[in-house]
Design a protein around this ligand. Structure first.
Ligand SMILES: NC(=O)c1ccc[n+]([C@@H]2O[C@H](COP(=O)([O-])OP(=O)(O)OC[C@H]3O[C@@H](n4cnc5c(N)ncnc54)[C@H](O)[C@@H]3O)[C@@H](O)[C@H]2O)c1
Length: 436
């Protein structure tokens, strides 16, 4: 019987020698049911409350996956999730409050990072350095500089990394991409991307208060600035505060901009970024991130435009979120519920295509297959995740400094001194920005 680690090593050599098909060619079937008893994959989850748990749940559909460790700074969340894993698998994972202790364990093959955005970079880089593969939630990071160091870490330590942009594994998104590539839409001069959600306006603020029992708030803040506890900045709601997240543009924008960039074959930075935004709809909004925001990403012969209005849930074509590719022959509109083509004067056929809603499951399966075959080309690589996370940060930075911007990705600089200050966060001691 081949041991798990020999299996992983041998498969990597086989791929290098061209003997094994890359898993992307057959994402769901290649290894899922072909793993022997010794080929267990031990995973740990860091950040267990919401999306991290959703991720782990789809990992645990696979019998070869064992969850051997859970890590969270909230004991209530930790104990609750541990009980659920025990119910599913008759075995309680070991519980941790410090992710570095998880990474010391030699038996762990992969970590899932489901922490808030300001807490992705350090555990991801440290996990790569510790020889773990990583499934990291989107946006990969809360700043441009963190995106860059995470890409560098994945490469330096040769780790398989999947970014939690599961639309990259969605069947109807692949069909959409194929349709766009066919050229039937004619010349696409504009892509509109939007997301309007109630949750992104915080209209019921509460005063700062005591830290809830069982919560290690100091560690939750981590590298972010010190401050007193406020329930409206904590679980889930941290998204609307610059130190931890970037509002709707980073939360939904990365998923949707990813599709816009993929559809338009964009691999680098736009020529210019022009944004405008503020808390205009709800001036008393407790959120720092902008309830109203428009961003134009400018290229030689087309533009991509983002818009959001937090505190509302309606939008174009009856969709509160989505994107449209406006071609000279027709408009393609898409979101997670469907994609459709609306012809311009009958120039092309009308189409409506529905998804199979398997994207998240397939995304996890793709990661596991890539781990086994040592295929670095996951369905959403760290480069894919980095590109659209940077786009989201570019849009926010332009709105925050109230200026159109040019960003030079080689020199890591804007043409604006105020914007340059927002490229890299100042990590609070004892946390240190990773140096590779
Ligand atoms: N892929 C998707 O569709 C999708 C959907 C929702 C959220 N997300 C992403 O998932 C991530 C988590 O979002 P969420 O909504 O689950 O947030 P959440 O606030 O509900 O959960 C985060 C958890 O991380 C824990 N945590 C914080 N700091 C920690 C640390 N240093 N060590 C260990 N645990 C720590 C918190 O206690 C909490 O339990 C975010 O990056 C978010 O953007 C992705």
């Amino acid at each position: 019987m081949i041991s798990r680690r020999n299996f992983i090593r041998n498969s990597a050599s086989a791929i290098a020698a061209g003997l094994v098909m890359p898993s992307i060619l057959n994402e769901s079937s290649m290894f899922a049911h072909a793993v022997g008893a010794n080929d267990k994959i031990n995973v740990a989850l860091i950040g267990c409350k919401s999306m991290g748990w959703a991720d782990l749940s789809d990992f645990l559909i696979h019998p070869e996956v064992d969850c051997v460790a859970l890590c969270d700074i909230d004991k209530g969340v930790l104990e609750g999730r541990a009980a659920e894993v025990e119910k599913m698998r008759n075995k309680k994972p070991v519980l941790y409050g410090d992710y570095r202790k998880v990474l010391e364990r030699k038996d762990i093959d992969a970590v899932i990072i489901g922490t808030p955005d300001h807490w992705h970079c350090l555990p991801m880089v440290d996990a790569c350095a510790a020889g773990k593969d990583v499934y990291v939630e989107k946006p990969i990071a809360n700043s441009i500089a963190e995106c860059d160091v995470m890409v560098a870490a994945a490469k330096k330590y040769n780790r398989v990394v999947q970014v939690g942009q599961q639309q990259r594994s969605g069947n109807h998104w692949h069909e959409m991409k194929k349709y766009i590539d066919s050229g039937k839409l004619g010349k696409i001069a504009r892509v509109n991307v939007w997301a309007n959600f109630n949750y992104a306006a915080i209209l019921n603020p509460v005063p700062d208060g005591p830290v809830p029992a069982g919560v290690d708030f100091e560690t939750w803040l981590g590298p972010a600035p010190k401050r007193t506890f406020n329930e409206r900045r904590f679980h889930g709601l941290w998204r609307m505060f610059w130190d931890y997240g970037g509002g709707l543009l980073t939360d939904w924008g990365v998923h949707l901009l990813d599709m816009a960039l993929w559809g338009m074959n964009v691999k680098g930075m736009p020529n210019r970024i022009l944004s405008s935004g503020g808390n205009f709809a709800y001036p008393d909004d407790y959120a720092e991130t902008f309830d109203t925001l428009s961003v134009i990403y400018e290229y030689d012969d087309f533009i991509i435009q983002w818009s959001n209005v937090a505190g509302t849930e309606s939008g174009p074509y009856g969709r509160n979120y989505g994107l449209e590719f406006k071609g000279t022959n027709g408009t393609l509109i898409a979101n997670r519920e469907s994609w459709e083509v609306l012809p311009e004067q009958n120039k092309i056929e009308a189409i409506k295509s529905m998804p199979n809603f398997q994207d998240h499951k397939d995304h996890v399966t793709n990661f596991l297959n890539c781990m086994k075959s040592r295929d670095m080309n996951t369905a959403c690589t760290i480069d894919n995740g980095s590109l659209c996370a940077k786009y989201a940060h570019l849009g926010n930075i332009s709105a925050r400094v109230k200026s159109a911007l040019v960003y030079d990705d080689a020199k890591k600089k804007f043409d604006n001194a105020e914007a340059n200050k927002l490229i890299k966060p100042n990590y609070r001691k004892p946390w240190k920005f990773p140096e590779l």
